[in-house]
Design a binder for this molecule. Structure first.
Ligand SMILES: [Zn+2]
Length: 325
């Protein structure tokens, strides 16, 4: 058994199974509901929460197979098992075990920081690990999440006190809910752009309620904190709100002024739903994998760091490395 990179994404060789395929496939595991990981597959393997969040984006899904964490099941001669990935609500890793016992794990996007809104990631022991490397460069070392959220809270408080509207720019799925939960638990009333509002209502139905929250309709009441999608903060969308202060929540905040410029924000806080470089290394070691394959983002850099820690690691994506195992 091997894993290969096809035009539409990762595929487990010799099986019908794709992993986070980017285009319609006969059968794909979907690790989580971010738009770059989902498509209208003929058959889908995912957690119930991911299926629900996917259906919110794509409409009705054909032949969804809802799989709980930690319950292995058979796919032909293979045994498949989903484990929490800690990235967003419902996010999962998949472990594929073949008849002779060899285990491959694909992490999808993963975060090892304690989360207020996502199931905590579990170490998926395996022989071959396929791991994301979005922040796989050694320069990415995130401060503790609780510390970053504390800074966000202080920033919000400061601007409320001077009578300004605090606007937090954060992705509609995952990042927004994490910051919203933290602020809601501390008594801040929240208002959110409809795209964020709808996903947050789904979180509530899936067992993670975040209140008080209302849908943004052009007005923000005194004391409220506004959540808004980063890509919509252009063309004067927020111009009616004045005075206001904007902060973007992104791991790329560690890159300095680039993040604030890109999102037209006053300030950036390094709140990420991905693991940083040291966490990825710690995770790879904890799985006990003999072979590690890195993909996305800083794949070459992470592979090099892992080799420095004595692991047999290589990046996926170079043409000569199409066949992996
Ligand atoms: Zn993601």
């Amino acid at each position: 058994m091997s894993v290969e990179l096809r035009r539409n994404g990762l595929h487990v060789t010799g099986t019908p199974l794709s992993l986070d395929a980017k285009r319609k496939s006969p059968l794909s595991f979907v690790s989580h509901a971010h738009s770059d990981h989902i498509a209208r597959h003929e058959r889908i393997i995912a957690t119930a929460a991911t299926l629900r969040l996917m259906a919110h984006r794509l409409g009705n899904l054909s032949a969804p197979l809802s799989v709980p964490y930690g319950r292995p099941f058979a796919l032909g001669p293979l045994t498949l098992e989903l484990l929490p990935a800690g990235h967003v609500l419902g996010s999962a890793q998949i472990r594929v075990t073949r008849e002779d016992g060899k285990r491959i794990v694909y992490t999808g996007d993963i975060s090892l920081a304690p989360s207020l809104t996502a199931e905590p990631a579990q170490v998926a022991e395996c022989d071959v690990l396929v791991i994301e490397s979005t922040f796989g460069h050694p320069r990415y070392v995130f401060p503790p999440r609780e510390e970053v959220l504390g800074q966000v809270e202080s920033w919000v408080r400061r601007h409320l006190e001077r009578g300004a509207v605090p606007v937090l720019l954060a992705y509609a799925l995952g990042k927004s809910q994490e910051a919203m939960k933290y602020l809601a638990d501390r008594g801040f009333p929240l208002v959110a752009h409809s795209s964020i509002y709808e996903v947050t209502k789904l979180y509530g139905e899936l067992g993670v309620p975040i209140e008080p929250l209302r849908c943004y309709e052009g007005r923000v009441e005194p004391g409220e904190v506004l959540f808004f999608p980063p890509h919509l903060n252009r063309g004067g969308a927020l111009a009616p709100l004045w005075p206001r202060a904007t902060a973007v929540l992104t791991g790329w905040a560690l890159d300095g002024a680039g993040a604030t410029r890109r999102y037209n924000a006053d300030v950036a806080f390094p709140l990420s739903d991905h693991a940083d470089c040291p966490s990825l290394v710690r995770y790879a070691k904890a799985t006990g994998a003999r072979d590690v394959i890195t993909l996305h983002g800083f794949a070459e850099e992470l592979a090099e760091v892992l080799r420095g820690h004595g692991l047999d690691a290589r990046a996926l994506g170079a043409p000569k490395q199409l066949s992996l195992l």
